[in-house]
Design a protein around this ligand. Sequence first.
Ligand code: PLP
Length: 378
Amino acid sequence: MEKKLIYADYAATSPVEERVLKEMLPYFTESFGNPSGVHRASRTAAKAVAEARRKIAAAIGADYSEIYFTSGGTEADNWAVNVAKGKEIVTTAIEHKAVLNSCKALEKSGTAVTYLPVDSDGFVTAGQVAAAIDSDTALVSVMQANNEIGTVMPIDEIAEVCRAKGVLFHTDAVQAIGNLPVNVSGIDMLSCSGHKIGAPKGVGFLYVRKGTPLESFIHGGNQEFGLRAGTENVPAIVGLGEAVKLACEGMKDNAEYVTRLRDKLIDGLLEIPDARLNGSREKRLCGNVNVSFADVESEAVLLMLDAAGICASGGSACTTGENEPSHVLTAIGVENEFINGTVRFTLSHKNTEDEVNYIIGQTTEIVQRLRKIRMANC
Ligand code: PLP
């Protein structure tokens, strides 16, 4: 008999919520019109897209006209960073690759980028940002929370510095939404992805404050206020609207519950000898547990966890498959003997205390077993 699956990889992706799916289903079959048309079928679809935009705007304190649907967090990040093309960008060494590689691409065409170092918990300070801004700086991009180690950045303070210096501020809130309060007050651009919060994969949005000099990123028809062309993915957008609403409404209760599970898991895993927690103990995402074990390889731990029915990841799902150690763990200075033995568990309100106990028990056994094998082969 197959073992029960314990999913502890919610920062990688999440299942579509029942209520979200229910909202989406009619737009695949009955209400399938193209929102750009004039007839009734089109008007029904256009109304659904408008309603989703309204729900999202209300949930994050934005105006209806400031929400642009995208194909996900990656596109939203690319678009935001592109606003500073040809000028100067200040960002951090631990942003998601969607920001970092967008910056790298822009560097090739003459954009200057400063990658701020972070401290051993993954923080940048508003002071660092202030010192890095000069008269050519057009954009600061600092994520609200890190996807690998869960560090929650001081974005309110950073936003204030940017406002005082007249520089645009973008934040990648992909991991924050549903886990932290997300509000666009003081922020010029904010990225969000649907599949982290119970909407389908391949949909997200970019919030852009009115007056921000945003250029069209994908050229074609007149969709998304003429700035992001392509027939709207109506069911996915409807799902995103409902998922953002639910995530923001349930955030406080869920975060309290998930924080308790997270702390139990951290305490349990740190009982294993030669284990270290990566990222801040206090200012971290409620579901994030990122632990490194000396003298084991994370691939082996992950395969054995998988065999025990536990889904976890080594770094971020997006960096798996790369052979280099994670840029985030490198940036916070994780020592060589630990860096290759890193496992990330990310929990949600769907996890239980029993599951956490099982994860602790299995991980403890697996790490011990792997260390014994290593010793025997020395
Ligand atoms: N930004 C962060 C912080 C993420 O964690 C991710 C996905 O892992 C993305 C951006 C990319 O989002 P998407 O998968 O929707 O393209």
